[in-house]
Design a protein around this ligand. Sequence first.
Ligand code: SAH
Length: 195
Amino acid sequence: MAISQPWNIVFTIGFVVYVTTRGKFATLTKHNQPINRRVGLHDRALLAGMVVTSLLFPVIYLLTPLFSFADYKLPVWVHSGGVVLMVFGLWLFWRSHVDLGLNWSATLETRRGHELVRHGVYRRVRHPMYAAIWLFSFAQALLLDNWLAGWAVVMTFCVMYFVRLPNEEAMMLSTFGKAYEDYMSETGRLFPFAK
Ligand code: SAH
């Protein structure tokens, strides 16, 4: 089974941390009352795509031989790069969840008492959680030597990111007005100082 390979064990540890972090904050925010939901059909489809490619595909690859037709072999230095991306991605994922607190939600919505977060990792970057998901998705691609288990999530998240971002920023602008406009002028999307 693929899970017994050393790099796959490293990925599995990171994967458990990733899923546990999300689970912990999903529990914390489950009583949130949304007041403005903008979840269209394409948003639901993309979320479902993320669940399949970021959760189901790695599990199938690690625990069954079903995806072995799409296997390949990457050198050690590529895997090591994957570990670096994974560690930084996990830290940023956890930190952005902590900073967003009760304002986080998996979908596009604002909640009762929603506050505009501008501190912590949100001080210079507007989308640190998406930056973390980019990092973890690329780590998955560099660590799992399989086209489906590794790269499908990068493609799904790429579509999700470019579809969701303009809608999310429009929602934040209509909720917070000038405050979000000012925030946008002071921050980069994924990188500090890069608008
Ligand atoms: N795009 C952000 C947050 C992702 S979670 C990031 O990548 O870090 C998505 C939810 O977070 C959205 O539905 C929105 O309600 C909320 N959100 C996004 N930016 C926020 C901010 N600066 N302050 C408070 N809530 C925010």
